[in-house]
Design a protein around this ligand. Sequence first.
Ligand SMILES: [Zn+2]
Length: 317
Amino acid sequence: MATNRVQFQRGLSMSEFFERYGTEDKCRQALEAARWPRGFACPACGGAARSVFERGGMRYWQCAACPHQTSLTSGTIFQGTKLALRVWFQAMQLLTQSKNNVSALELRRQLGVNYHSAWLLKHKIMQAMRLTEDGRELDGRVEIDDAYLGGERSGGKRGRGSENKVPFIAAVQTTPSGKPIVACLRAQPHTIEQVGAFAATHIAPTATVISDGLSCFRATALVGAEHQRVVTGGGKASVERPEFKAINTLLGNLKTAITGTYHAFDFTKYAHRYLAEFQFRFNRRFNMRTIFHRLLRSMLQAPPTPEPAIRTAEACT
Ligand SMILES: [Zn+2]
C-alpha cells in the first residue's frame, strides 16, 4: 500500500545527518558541493578560474575573469544570515523528516535559538520550497477541489463562504486507478477567473480533470483539459466518493499536518507558504533520503529575501 511505502521507508536518520552535517565545516563543504557541483562557476560571468581569500572570518571566491567576488551564501536565500550553517541544516532536517509540519516554536525549542530567528528560518525555508513548487504542473487524471485553511472540513462543504478562513484550491494527479502521485495547492478564491488562472498554470491541457459540481471548476475546461464533472450532493457522502478519494485523503493529511501547529493569524497572512511547505513534502514523500539535498538545492536557487520581504503578506488573489 502506498501509505506504508511512505511510512516505512528509510529517511535520513539523525545519526547519519550529524555524520554528514554535524560541524560548520561539513555544512560549508556540503553547501559548496551543492552550489558548484562541477567546481566554481562565477555567478556574474560563469568563469571557472578563481582565487579564494578570507576576510572577517568569511571565505570569498574571487573570479579571475571579472571583478566579481562571492561568498558561499551570497545570491542565495542564506545571504546575510548571522546563524551558523549547521543551525540552518538542522532546521532543514527537522522540516523535511518530520511527519507533520514543525512550527517556529518547535524549531526554537529544538535548535536553541530565539523565536525571532526560528520564525525567520522557518519562513525562509518555506519560501524556498514555494519557489521550487511554483511551476508545478499536473497531467493525466487530476482530482480538484476547493477547501479552506483554518476551518473544519469534515462534513463536506460546510466551509464554503465562511469568513476568516483562507480559501485555496487543491489538485492531485493520480494513477488511472486513483492513487495519488503529485499535488498542487494554491491559496486563492474559488471564483471562475481564479480557477481558470490556477488551471492555466498548473494543469496540463491534456489532463482529465475530475471535480464536483461547484461551477467554477468548469473553468478548467478553458485551458483544454478534459473536464469530467462528478456531481455530488455535498455532506459526508461526497467526501467518501471513490472519485475523490485521493483529493480527500490529501486534504485530510493536510489538516492533520497543520492542526495545532500554527496560529490562525499566520495562515491568513502566509497561507501560500504553509501550503507550499505541505506540497513540497508531499511531492517528495517517496524520497525521504534525498529530500534534504533537494531542499538544499532549492535554498541555493532561491534569491536573497530579507526579513521585510519575508514579512510582507501576500493577498490570496
Ligand atoms: Zn566572473
